[in-house]
Ligand binder design. Structure first.
Ligand code: SF4
Length: 283
């Protein structure tokens, strides 16, 4: 009973943190059933004319986690573990850098002509979870980094409040790497041209869970035509990797009533990763 009481207090503390992070427009009572919802429109990001960002913003960060992302049997001694793990990480980083160079020079679809920067993605090259959005917006095009506008700041708060993680501990990418001007959704031809880059990123990082942020990413990765509301309540797999479908943070900024569903979706991510459903409170 004591454990149950502590657990409930822990959950309530985090719900409070969640509300502080996202605004107090929606109460999320513990254990409340989740209402199902509607598809989301696309993010509107203000245009900018600033100079492109420096290279270092899209560098693959230093590896912070030594644990392999697969369920392969572990060798029995430290000496057996370290060398192959380091070799694998080194190969992953090298391959991601080569792929990034390819993306930065890509002209495979017409989006290349209007970009300031292709936005490759960033994060831990051995991340256990990869978040996938639709395409860069104007802020991302300017900076060369994914999710840096208001929606990105909300994603950072989701990571921290609901998972106890920081951005460098996950990998963040987009379906399309170049900004479709006017913030339109990428068309079928543009998605088809760019999807192989995302597929290679997934293959290299080998995340244990994929999180699709928004309908466009989910439909194209999963080959579905269903609404986001429908996809988010189903189980999905991409090449054997579980996929959680949830609302795009840009949509949450406009429709805060969906925060409760996002909270539940992220709890499922935590469960799949074997992490506490609610991260322990910070001291
Ligand atoms: S959107 Fe993708 S395929 Fe099109 S130019 Fe950019 S990197 Fe290449």
């Amino acid at each position: 009973m004591a454990d149950s009481g502590n657990s409930m207090r822990n959950l309530e503390r985090h719900l409070e943190q969640w509300l502080i992070a996202y605004g107090s427009d929606l109460a999320i009572p513990a254990g409340t059933a989740v209402p199902r919802a509607e598809p989301e429109p696309r993010e509107a990001v203000p245009a900018t004319t600033a100079e492109p960002a420096a290279e270092q913003h899209v560098e693959i960060p230093t590896i912070t986690r030594a644990q392999p992302a697969t369920n392969a049997p572990r060798p029995s001694s430290d000496s057996q573990v370290e060398e192959p793990a380091q070799a694998n990480q080194s190969h992953t980083v090298t391959s991601l850098r080569a792929l990034r160079a390819e993306v930065l020079a890509c002209t495979k679809c017409k989006l290349h002509s209007g970009r300031q920067n292709a936005v490759f993605g960033e994060g831990d090259p051995t991340a256990r979870v990869m978040f996938i959005g639709e395409a860069p917006g104007a802020s991302e095009d300017e900076s060369g980094r994914p999710f840096v506008g208001p929606a990105g700041q909300l994603l950072d708060r989701i990571l921290e409040a609901a998972m106890g993680l920081r951005r460098p501990e996950v990998f963040i990418a987009n379906l399309n790497k170049c900004w479709p001007s006017s913030n339109r959704a990428p068309d079928a031809e543009e998605v088809a041209a760019c999807l192989p880059y995302l597929e290679q990123q997934i293959q290299l990082v080998q995340p244990e869970v994929l999180v699709c942020l928004g309908r466009t990413a989910a439909q194209n990765l999963l080959g579905s035509t269903e609404s986001l509301a429908s996809m988010r309540i189903q189980d999905h797999f991409y090449n054997g990797v579980p996929v959680i479908v949830t609302w795009h943070p840009a949509y949450l900024l406009r429709e805060p009533s969906k925060k409760r569903e996002t909270w539940d979706d992220i709890k499922r991510v935590n469960q799949l990763l074997g992490r506490p459903e609610v991260p322990p409170p910070k001291r």
